[in-house]
Write a new protein. Structure first.
Length: 149
């Protein structure tokens, strides 16, 4: 993931030049995706939001390098879709998040998944239990002992 530094112009608007304000292209794509959703998170039921999250997680797992090949565009779309569903579900549960926090997507994704797990919602386990592929291993997370069980 790359970031682009933008310098604020005299009117406070970004001028597109390298400067001191860091802006993540991934966060921008995520914010744009969220701005096009047809309804506010409060309009959907918790069950609908959870189902959308699990479906997105399934598609994310399907583009994992351990599952099979995918194009970079397909992988990016799956990550954006999952993170947008994760944000919507977390917002509905009053868990603080925002696309700007996805400057390092993996870190914010893990933080939100851990918050949900503390609340008793293990997204990876629910995805696997619903017939989805085994979740990809997150960096720094060894699942070999889980597979042996």
């Amino acid at each position: 993931m790359s970031t682009v530094a933008l310098r604020k112009g005299p009117d406070g608007a970004g001028g597109g030049h390298v400067g001191s304000t860091m802006m993540s292209m991934y966060s921008d794509l995520l914010a744009a995706t969220l701005s096009t959703r047809p309804e506010e998170p409060g309009d959907a039921s918790a069950g609908e939001l959870l189902a959308a999250l699990i479906d997105a997680r399934r598609r994310l797992a399907a583009v994992s390098p351990t599952v099979g090949p995918s194009t970079p565009t397909t992988a990016l779309a799956a990550h954006i879709e999952y993170d947008a569903a994760l944000i919507a579900f977390c917002e509905a549960r009053d868990i603080d998040t925002h696309p700007d926090r996805f400057g390092t997507p993996g870190s914010e994704r893990r933080r939100l998944e851990e918050e949900l797990a503390r609340a008793g919602i293990d997204v990876e386990a629910l995805t696997h239990a619903s017939g989805g592929p085994a979740p990809p291993t997150s960096p720094g997370r060894d699942r070999s002992d889980e597979r042996a069980r």
